[in-house]
Design a protein around this ligand. Sequence first.
Ligand code: ATP
Length: 358
Amino acid sequence: MANYEITVIPGDGIGPEVVDSALQVLGEAQKQFGFTLDYATYDFSAELYRRTGRKITAADMDEIGKSDAVLFGAMGLPDVRDEEGLELGAQVQMRAHYKLFASLRPVKLFEGVPNAVRAEKIDMLVIRETSEGMFAGLHDKHEPSDEEATDRMTITRATCETLFAEAFDQARARRKRGTPGRVTLLHKSNALRSNVLMEKVFDEVAAKNTDVESSKYYIDAGSMYMVTDPGRFDVIVSENIFGDITSEIAAGLVGGLGVAPSADVSRTHGVFQPSHGSAPDIAGTGKANPTAMILSAAMMLEWLGEKREDAVLVDAASSINAAVEKVLATGPRSADLGGSASTDEVTDAVLSALRSAA
Ligand code: ATP
């Protein structure tokens, strides 16, 4: 029986609540499919920083990086800022430390979930570049003044090549389950030098992957098409901040952040967390929708299963996805989806859907 070491960082706000749901679902999957996840839980959070000044360090990340994957709730509270005045979150540090170059955000229209655009079908994967782009200057030693502050957008050929190779691989993998196999670059090469390079490298990588269709739009026009004609997108790839915004538009199209999972990956490391933040406005009320976190946990199993060629994990991930889809279709639904079910009620429903499919 395979054993995997999983780091768990519940974080702030609703993070611990939805992580608890995901762990219950993973517990049921372990029983059914016969694999073992050994957890090491870390208390890094904005709340811990507020109380003690303790932040995640490079040594912590070296230790955590020895595990097979990281399951991350959400970190950051609006009133907790670091020395530079930025909101505190370990995500950005982990992206830099493990060189997690891509954030994968699958977005799917689920039956029974009200969607904003009355589309027939939405099934896209937004891949956001996460190691450079508009956040490249985050670790610069600059000193903004009250009169002027600067951010930096930098894109390198090396990162683009890896990012686009991943995008074409993902399109190919998705095509096996019926998606068209198309990669679309959203960019702004008419105004940003970094995006001129990005577009050039995209064209080069597309020319080496002609079995997969490719297309490009300026980010502004592409954002409009995502709303007016989302069916034309399969895999979308974009720069860091454009990808951040694009993935939230995509999440909004299919029912909001409560159903949008995400993963930050490199070839060796993976951090799996919902697209949403710590949602302090609903923390402690039992209203958090655990779906995005549960789907992120399923992404973790699928990613690990494919990396370690362990089909059992991939099967477990499919079963969790199917159980979640069933609950979304039939209810109970949480408040963000128009229902009144609590986090626990949604979690229990996913657990019983998983049990009844066994
Ligand atoms: P961050 O910048 O950390 O990503 P954010 O500012 O985008 O955070 P979120 O914490 O994601 O904000 O919350 C945005 C809104 O969505 C809030 O009103 C929050 O209550 C709601 N929300 C987020 N996640 C969930 C969830 N899992 N269930 C229900 N509502 C949610």
